[in-house]
Design a protein around this ligand. Structure first.
Ligand code: MF3
Ligand code: CO
Ligand code: CO
Length: 255
């Protein structure tokens, strides 16, 4: 348990370092280089690198990219972009997995909406977690809120069990029915990582076999935490110690 905690802490520290890097003109390859080097500096390894052939050390997903964006020197951040940076660190054999959507300059109303709905939907999902609750309670809370905010919830990718293995059972759907699905037990570790879209929930994977984009080209945003179930709730292992300057800019928008 402590080893998983430490892996999660390293992922948070690296993601916090990314926050300081986000500005117009920075390429996703520069973000990749920072994540790679910062992870090694902390005595950890970047889990994405060579994972099922993924070529880089972090996923960088801009605007209509839903997830698994591949960093590239040509992909340069523009004012008004939103970008999800998804960091997974391996330390002491355990994986810590966390992501945030950052604002590059000032967001459009749409970009702000989808990002804040995604941020809040993760919090609502987390609030369902406790021993005895069902997996479906998490998906239901996320889906109900996001759809009431005129957004859609991606079905094609899900949260996952995590520990010594990057992705393991259970699959944690971000849609569902309250009272359905597996019963949660104290000690279970998994991620919740809702991908929320402005338009259709449908996605398409590009010819690079990784980059998932919205089928309609509309914006998508995502936040991810790794957590462990407790009797009364959960411990968010990737909780950040303070706000991020390029992400936590609209506090309490849906609180
Ligand atoms: N970090 C992603 C997740 O949240 C998975 C990335 S797999 C990779 O599950 F190969 F694309 F890095
Ligand atoms: Co994950
Ligand atoms: Co992740």
């Amino acid at each position: 348990m402590n080893a998983l905690r430490e892996a999660c802490k390293v992922a948070v520290q690296t993601l916090t370092g990314v926050d300081a890097l986000i500005r117009p003109g920075v390429s996703t390859e520069e973000i990749n280089r920072f994540v790679h080097e910062d992870t090694l500096r902390r005595g950890a390894r970047p889990a994405p690198l060579n994972y099922h052939g993924f070529p880089k050390s972090v996923c960088t997903s801009i605007n209509e990219v839903v997830c698994h964006g591949i960093p590239k020197a040509e992909d340069v951040l523009q004012p008004g972009d939103i970008i999800n940076v998804d960091v997974t660190s391996i330390l002491g054999g355990f994986h810590g997995d966390t992501s945030v959507t950052f604002y590059v300059g000032d967001p459009s109303p749409e970009a702000k909406h989808v990002t804040e709905v995604s941020r809040h939907s993760l919090q609502l999902g987390i609030a369902q977690v406790r021993e005895g609750a069902r997996l479906g309670d998490i998906g239901a809370a996320i889906q109900e809120f996001a759809e009431a905010q005129a957004c859609s919830v991606v079905r094609a990718f899900v949260g996952h069990g995590i520990g010594r293995v990057f992705h393991e059972p259970p699959q944690v759907s971000h849609v569902g029915r309250a009272g359905s699905g597996m019963r949660l037990k104290a000690g279970m570790c998994f991620t919740i990582e809702p991908m929320i879209n402005i338009g259709t929930h449908e996605v398409e994977v590009l010819d690079d076999d990784w980059t998932a984009v919205t089928l309609d080209g509309e914006l998508s945003a995502q936040f991810e935490h790794t957590l462990v179930v407790t009797k009364k709730g959960c411990e968010v292992l990737t909780r950040r110690p303070g706000p991020l300057s390029r992400s936590d800019r609209f506090p309490g928008m849906f609180a």
